[in-house]
Design a protein. Structure first.
Length: 505
């Protein structure tokens, strides 16, 4: 039974979702259940992280069936860290709802249960030990996100959700076809077994190269990579703020995690050609994303398009394929999960205070909500990459990894995109916080729950902003742990031994 800790995160999320369904007509009880579920997830995931850090990868073999014949769930250092961050985001977003983050009507339509089903899918994706169950977890989180996206039934929501559904169904089709082809070629879908069997190829045959490219398309769409990212800015700004924050913090990260698994466990020997075009796609994603963000004038639209740009940093680091580069990719991903979620939650308070998030009709928040202003600066400047915040070290680590392999073009792109990111964050600051409210604009300076430091919403944002600061202060020790995680991904010997009981590649 001790092995159940491997699936404690997904299992707790599932049980919480089911419990919420039993209290369909009581939004208040659902709110508490959602918060307790997030706290339980965070606690269990933290215990799992400590166990993996001390003892190595942990394995749960369902029904006692050994891999590759049975279903296994595996927690290595990378997945346990991401599970822990997922639990943190689930907790702070659930807490945010106590401050009026979502209206009661949407709560009665199952917001809390759907949020936990989404957490269940995300958490399951991080610990699954085979690629077919990764597909199943993707479908669970996508079905939950489909409903969350249209919760409220506005015209904008339906239009955005249509694009989201169509492009993600296309991605799922690529994914499922790739799985069938992979099984036909290799005879297994278990990650550890695939790693061993694929490592016997000195050069991948054309059929396996095609499969790897199809999987890249599937995961690239889900991550929001160029050129099939248009579903993201069209949809993420429409749902209720807590749902948008969940999407921003988690959904694209599952796609990125899958890409990392794909090119470390399965196809690390693709050759330089594959990683060259991955680099170009990453650059295009970063540049187009940040230009799009600079051109927007609604806060949530700016933040949504920035997700695209930030995804490019992670895949650019992945394309360099060194332990330091992979550790930089993981560090950047975690930093972005904290900073981006915080900024989306802040955007909800700005919208509530001004009646809109359109920058030309906002203003005056610095004088009325000083704590909110300070926390916005921490998260925004962290996203832009100013020291001593986590974004500075995230970009510094990517730059160092690029310098180590002589990729000076990567350094120029990282620095250039960072300048435009800073510009877009300062635009939000100047318009929403620094300038006075426009004449005739709706403004609610007395809605104090938005400014009181001890309100649930402010506590949620404080926790995330503190994470952005602390990741910068303790960047060295954190990066050391992530370097160990990256080495475990690039050399899956311990993972394979834990799952199959044999040496790895």
């Amino acid at each position: 039974m001790r092995e159940l800790i491997v699936v404690s995160g997904p299992l707790l999320a599932l049980l919480t979702a089911i419990a919420c369904l039993f209290f369909w007509n009581s939004p208040r009880i659902q709110r508490y259940l959602n918060l307790l579920g997030g706290l339980a997830h965070l606690t269990a995931s933290s215990f799992l992280f400590v166990k993996v850090l001390n003892l190595g990868p942990q394995v749960l073999k369902m029904g006692g069936w050994t891999a590759p014949y049975g279903i296994v769930y595996v927690a290595d250092l990378t997945s346990s860290i991401l599970l822990m961050v997922t639990g943190l985001l689930a907790t702070v977003i659930a807490l945010y709802n106590f401050g009026g983050g979502i209206d009661e009507a949407r709560e009665r339509f199952g917001f809390h249960a759907l949020s936990q089903f989404l957490i269940f899918g995300v958490s399951g994706a991080f610990v699954t030990g085979d690629i077919f169950n990764l597909y199943v977890c993707f479908e669970i989180l996508l079905m939950s996100s489909f409903v969350l996206m249209v919760l409220g039934n506005t015209k904008e929501q339906l239009v955005g959700a249509f694009k989201y559904i169509v492009i993600n169904l296309l991605s799922s089709t690529f994914f499922l076809v790739s799985i069938g082809m992979l099984y036909a070629q290799v005879g297994t879908l278990d990650f550890a077994d695939l790693s061993v069997k694929l490592s016997t190829f000195s050069e991948l045959p054309v059929s396996l190269q095609i499969i790897s490219h199809l999987l890249f398309i599937a995961f690239g769409i889900k991550a929001g990579l160029f050129p099939l990212f248009f579903w993201l800015p069209a949809s993420y700004h429409n749902p209720p703020i807590p749902a948008s924050a969940l999407f921003a913090g988690l959904l694209t990260k599952v796609g990125l995690y899958s890409l990392i698994r794909l090119y470390t466990f399965l196809f690390p020997h693709q050759g330089t050609g594959t990683f060259e075009w991955m680099w170009w796609i990453s650059v295009a994603t970063m540049v187009i994303g940040v230009i799009g963000a600079v051109s927007k004038m609604h806060i949530r639209r700016i933040l949504s398009v920035h997700i695209i740009s930030q995804v490019g940093y992670v895949t650019l680091a992945l394309s360099l394929m060194t332990p330091i580069a992979l550790a930089a990719a993981l560090y950047y991903m975690i930093h972005n999960m904290l900073a981006k979620t915080s900024l989306f939650l802040i955007s909800g308070i700005v919208e509530n205070s001004n009646g809109t998030d359109y920058l030309k009709r906002t203003g005056g928040l610095f004088s009325s909500k000083i704590w909110l202003s300070v926390l916005f600066l921490v998260s925004a400047l962290g996203l832009a990459g100013l020291p001593p915040l986590s974004g500075f070290f995230a970009k510094l680590f990517v730059v160092k990894a690029a310098a180590d392999v002589g990729s000076y073009g990567s350094i120029l792109v990282v620095l250039g995109v960072s300048v435009f990111t800073l510009f877009s964050m300062l635009k939000i600051w100047n318009e929403a916080f620094w300038k006075a409210p426009p004449v005739g604009a709706e403004f609610h300076p007395d809605q104090s729950f938005c400014g009181k430091f001890y309100s649930p919403q402010m506590i949620s944002i404080f926790i995330l902003s503190s994470g952005v600061l602390l990741m910068g202060v303790f960047a060295g020790p954190i990066f050391d742990v992530l370097t160990t995680a990256a080495q475990g991904m690039l050399d899956p010997t311990l993972y394979v031994e834990a799952v199959l009981g044999i040496g790895g590649s």
